[in-house]
Design a protein around this ligand. Structure first.
Ligand code: SOE
Length: 380
């Protein structure tokens, strides 16, 4: 019989919903060692916290995150608030001995992230950062194929994350819905919000990034602040592209923007190896495109693998429906919680840990530094 695991969720926005849904579903589909119980949700506006608690089935709600940490009955603190508050909450939660799930990016910058790593490692508490796309079955399958050496030597890794939701100058910065545009709350723009996902997946697939050369642009220079009502300078990067070198000698090419008209969340990557190539697209997330040069010449070509087959050993899929039926974005968070709970019960780390996310943060810092100087920057 699984032990209960009392969850304290901090933040009831978009990410609070994805995580709540995962806690609700996980023990229905996975044989997890803990059964999550939604104990308390915390957020700034009491009426909204209460409404969220009622909708998702949290037993209680509050407006002060410290109360969640002070509660002896809370086992896991789940941080779904803007990036500028992650560090303070995570360090306090670690000191209180809580397990921690934290939204991405881990912090505003790598100096802050390093303090968070120190806190969780000192307290020896299980920790994970929510780079959820690793746990799309097709993305996990790509990792397995690379590990099995099927691509041979890797030459190129390229990734894009394209959106278009901030093109209008009327979109404000700051506040509950648009804090991602406020540099004080977010730390950076697309680099921390979108490229961090690509960097996490890329370094998981292809190893560390050692040097970067980047270019950023802020297309709309001033926006009204949703909280102050004043028109203020925009401090985030609206778009960022960078080249890089990986430690294994391969070349990387990354692009992210919120100004790609027509694209809502187009995350794609392509990996070219000596023997084979892989391509993946978030809009068709259950498919992995595979080209194998070793195939017989007349049949050689890109094949589209529908990553939904149990017998084929497609990651996670045996826990869902019958072969051929799909899952989606929401389930990546269920996989994340299932893996996290399994690892915690065994006393093992569950990647991406805070330490893994610190490595991603260091690449983001190097990218932003390079964009400022126009020079290559080493990733420390
Ligand atoms: C921003 O629009 C955002 O929601 C990111 O914050 C998420 O991490 C990404 O998955 C989708 O886009």
């Amino acid at each position: 019989m699984a032990k209960t695991l009392n969850v304290g969720l901090i933040g009831y926005g978009f990410m609070g919903r994805t995580h709540s849904n995962a806690y609700r579903k996980v023990s229905h589909f996975f044989d997890v060692p803990y059964r999550p119980v939604l104990k308390v949700v915390c957020g700034l506006v009491e009426a909204e916290a209460r409404a969220f608690a009622e909708r998702w089935g949290y037993e209680s709600w509050c407006t002060d995150w410290r109360k969640v940490i002070d509660r002896k009955d809370i086992d896991v603190v789940d941080i779904c608030v803007p990036n500028n508050v992650h560090a303070e909450i995570a360090v306090a939660a670690a000191k209180a001995g809580k397990m921690i799930v934290c939204e991405k990016p881990l912090a505003l910058d790598s100096a802050q992230a390093a303090k968070m790593v120190e806190a969780v490692e000192k307290a020896k508490v299980p920790n994970i950062v929510s780079f959820n796309y690793r746990r799309v079955p097709a993305v996990t399958l790509a990792k397995r194929l690379i590990e099995e050496g099927r691509l041979g030597r890797i030459f190129h890794y390229r990734a894009n994350f394209l959106q278009d939701w901030t093109i209008s100058a009327d979109v404000p910065q700051g506040g509950m819905a648009t804090w991602r545009l406020d540099v004080k709350a977010a730390g950076s723009g697309v680099t921390g919000d979108l490229l961090a996902h690509c960097i996490d997946t890329a370094t998981w697939h292809n190893g560390p990034i050692t040097r970067v050369n980047a270019m950023t642009e802020t297309f709309i220079k001033e926006r009204k602040h949703a909280e102050t009502g004043k028109v203020e300078p925009v401090g985030i990067d609206d778009a960022c592209t960078f080249f890089c070198r990986f430690q294994n000698g391969s070349l990387g090419n990354f692009e992210s923007t919120r100004y790609a008209r027509g694209h809502k969340a187009l995350y794609t990557f392509e990996i070219n190896g000596e023997k084979a190539s892989i391509r993946w697209d978030l809009h068709d997330l259950h498919r992995l495109q595979w080209f194998d040069h070793r195939d017989e010449g007349k049949l050689r070509g890109w094949r589209s693998i529908h990553v939904t087959d149990h017998g084929g050993g497609h990651p996670y899929m045996d826990k869902w429906w019958v072969p051929g039926l799909q899952i989606g974005y929401a389930e990546t968070f269920v996989h994340q919680i299932a893996d996290f709970l399994a690892a915690a019960a065994k006393g093992e780390p569950c990647p991406p840990t805070f330490r893994d996310a610190l490595a991603t943060q260091k690449v983001c810092d190097a990218v932003l530094k390079s964009a400022k100087s126009g020079k290559w920057v080493e990733v420390k």
